[in-house]
Design a protein around this ligand. Structure first.
Ligand SMILES: [Fe+2]
Length: 302
């Protein structure tokens, strides 16, 4: 298949820097292609196609993450000024392979409505199930923001043990497979922890989700921060693995827009307007493959 330029000519994460052993060759997939990568003793990453010729791919390291492109990616990377703040902890939160389109993984990351059901006791709890109104905007250089998000969380961070509090969120989508979450830091009023979800599309229906943590936390050991993040993502795994279809529908017939889904709708519209097709499910394909009787094509949790 021919992959559209907006997807092909893009940088994709293959690993968080600390998870790569120098001088060891790693094999993975990107957009259905076999690739290999390695870091030298100085941490410099190189990548190549997994063919006999070992055709080189473009590779670089940004934000503690190794990125590879099969095409002609933009010179300019998305901005992440918090990465340069000296008092932040920077570490990987884990990389997980999931049987779902990477676009589905991003959309799930942007969704607050599932917190009380999927992350009960952590990011939400019944009866606090309402998603309060929030503001969605497209801001230069064409990124999606959801601002003024607020949700009651019993244990929104690894250091929270005081019975819960209202957590302020900002969501940001910089590229089709890159999303960032800013959430109020329990011990630093006015500042926010940052979680980056960088998704590697292995194929249209499989992805590897890499998580980067930029935390304002002086006390929790790395293992504690990672364990908390992996616990949360582990809870999402069941939801994501059961999504039908595996690809992200860009046809509004399949979803019922409600207020809580404002960010999801903005993300789908934004993908559609950019011409993203890889990893999406369209009406023509739906007509060719009707849903089995009695099976509805909606979010698993709505
Ligand atoms: Fe979740």
């Amino acid at each position: 298949m021919t992959i559209e330029s907006v997807v092909w000519d893009e940088w994709y994460p293959v690993a968080i820097a600390e998870d790569v052993t120098p001088c060891k060759v790693y094999k993975t997939r990107l957009l259905g292609h076999s690739i290999e990568y390695a870091c030298d003793a100085d941490g410099r990453v190189t990548a190549w196609h997994g063919n006999a010729e070992r055709t080189p791919c473009k590779a670089l390291t940004r934000y503690h993450t190794h990125w590879v492109s099969l095409g002609d990616p933009p010179e300019r990377f998305f901005a992440l000024p918090e990465f340069d703040e000296p008092d932040r902890r920077t570490l990987g939160g884990g990389s997980m392979t999931v049987h779902v389109s990477g676009l589905r993984a991003i959309e799930n990351f942007l969704d607050m409505a599932h917190f009380p059901y999927v992350h009960d006791g952590f990011l939400g709890a019944e009866p606090y199930t309402d998603v309060l109104p929030y503001d969605v905007s497209i801001e230069p250089p064409g990124e999606i923001f959801a601002r003024n998000c607020r949700f009651f969380q019993p244990r929104g961070a690894s250091t929270s043990n005081d019975g819960g509090y209202d957590t302020d969120y900002i969501y940001r989508v910089t590229r089709p497979y890159v999303a960032l979450l800013y959430k109020s830091s329990p011990h630093h009023p006015g500042r926010m922890d940052v979680i980056g979800l960088f998704v590697q599309p292995l194929t249209e229906e499989w992805c590897r989700a890499h998580t980067l943590l930029l935390y304002l936390d002086e006390t929790t050991p790395d293992s504690g921060l990672r364990l908390f993040q992996q616990t949360i993502f582990g809870q999402d795994l069941m939801l994501l693995s059961n999504e039908i279809p595996k690809k992200l529908p860009l046809d509004s017939r399949f979803e019922i827009p409600v207020r809580a889904d404002a960010m999801s709708m903005a993300y789908r519209r934004w993908l559609d307007q950019r011409g993203v097709r890889y990893g999406t499910y369209r009406e023509l394909e739906a007509q060719a493959m009707p849903a089995p009787a009695g099976q509805t094509l909606t979010r698993a949790v709505a």
